[in-house]
Design a protein around this ligand. Structure first.
Ligand SMILES: Cc1c2[nH]c(c1CCC(=O)O)Cc1[nH]c(c(CCC(=O)O)c1C)Cc1[nH]c(c(CCC(=O)O)c1C)Cc1[nH]c(c(C)c1CCC(=O)O)C2
Length: 366
């Protein structure tokens, strides 16, 4: 059953993601539906985090909150959910208290047998698909809708660490002590990612982003050995399945935080997300068809208007210079998620600065 959606009025994001030249950079921010917004905190007061994810009406509502507030300034919506819905679908319990907490993490490879042997994504994650279809309809074509999932290495890390970790000691113990079992688990997660992302496109997602937020914990060699093959597996299989099911070949973004962008670019994605430690001019050697996303340090949003203006101008100069003085294949974003303490009006100012500086005719382009 195909749903027909209202025609898209703003395709800036999709054009930039395909490496095209645009009149200015499209802009959105990671975690744009979140705790820095008073309207999100209001919804959150009455509902648990994962209840919002599992209730399409609520997930749609919070996805649309930043779109309403920043109408005309924000160029994409991202479906409200979490990367940890995949471990849940595999049979693990995950609580948010306030950070992620797994009461029963994977301790050693024999624990993998506790996971569901197969995952029927329609059954386990159908609530995300419903939320996507509902959101895409309610967006009325205002901006495109982004779907997402966590990358296998980042998800395996949470499943073994049992939550966020500074050192990733336990997950790294696995890759060094049990490399084959680790690779098998990573591939198993990758296959679920593929089915989950196909389902998101079927439901109406117009671009997909894979978050390998913990990629930077791996040495280049270990990123190549453990993470990269799974990221390649996802991009290849996903494109094959989308084609064989006559689904749209949506652009794919890889945000491998802390990984070398040239290594990340080997994974075969349309867009590479950059964190704020990267100068875009240093990745100018990537083919121009590969779009770039990023990469303002999220903390600049705490620096006041002068700092935001100055830093967005500097970021724009760097991205325009990296692309030979034109705005080509650049999606403006932060270099990681927006933090809860940001004043929503300062974020508005950030969007206005991107609109002002990201075109070649601006101060940053000259
Ligand atoms: C690592 C990761 C997670 N989740 C996600 C990542 C990858 C991106 C990144 O690196 O930040 C992805 C994510 N999580 C959330 C979204 C929603 C869409 C969006 O607006 O970007 C997305 C894309 C909502 C969320 N996910 C979470 C919140 C805040 C929880 C709350 O409302 O209480 C939101 C809005 C919770 C969450 N979820 C996760 C953590 C570590 C935390 C706690 C950290 C924190 O408190 O910010 C796992």
């Amino acid at each position: 059953m195909e749903t027909t959606f209202p025609p898209l009025k703003n395709d800036l994001l999709l054009r930039a993601a395909r490496g095209e030249q645009t009149e200015r950079a499209p802009v959105w921010v990671m975690r744009q539906a979140g705790r820095y917004l008073p309207e999100f905190r209001e919804t959150r007061k009455d509902h648990e985090f994962f209840d919002i994810c599992r209730t399409p009406e609520l997930a749609t509502e919070v996805t649309l909150q930043p779109i309403r507030r920043y109408k005309g300034l924000l160029d994409a919506a991202i479906i409200f959910s979490d990367i940890l819905v995949i471990p849940q679908a595999m049979g693990m319990e995950v609580q948010m208290k306030p950070g992620p907490f797994f009461p029963d993490p994977l301790v050693n490879p024999s624990d993998v047998s506790k996971l569901s042997p197969t995952v029927d994504v329609d059954k386990e994650l159908g609530y995300v698909f419903k939320a996507i279809t509902r959101t895409r309809t309610m967006l009325e074509g205002e901006v495109p809708l982004i779907g997402f999932c966590g990358a296998p290495w980042t998800l395996m890390g949470y499943m073994i660490e049992g939550g966020s970790s500074k050192t990733m000691e336990k997950a790294k113990t696995w890759i060094f002590k049990y490399p084959e079992e680790s690779k098998a688990l990573l591939l198993r997660i990758a296959d679920i990612c593929v089915d989950y992302l196909v389902g998101q496109v079927k439901a109406g997602a117009q671009l997909l982003q894979i978050f390998d937020s913990n990629a930077g914990d791996l040495s280049p060699y270990d990123f190549i050995t453990f993470s990269l093959p799974t990221l390649q597996h996802i991009s290849t299989k996903l494109r094959e399945k989308l084609a064989s099911q006559s689904l749209p070949s949506v652009p794919l973004t890889l945000f491998a935080k802390g990984a070398s962008p040239t290594l990340a670019a080997r994974a075969g994605y349309d867009t590479i997300g950059l964190d704020w430690t990267v100068d875009p001019r240093d990745v100018a050697s990537l083919p121009v068809e590969v779009a770039l996303q990023g990469n303002l340090d999220p903390s600049v949003l705490f620096g006041g208007r002068d700092a935001i203006d100055r830093e967005v101008c500097r970021m724009s100069e760097a991205f325009l210079a990296a692309r030979g003085g034109v705005c080509r294949g650049w999606i403006a974003n932060l270099g990681h998620g927006i933090t809860p303490g940001v004043d929503p009006d300062d974020l508005r100012f950030f969007f206005e600065c991107v609109h002002k500086y990201s075109s070649p005719g601006s101060k940053a382009g000259n």
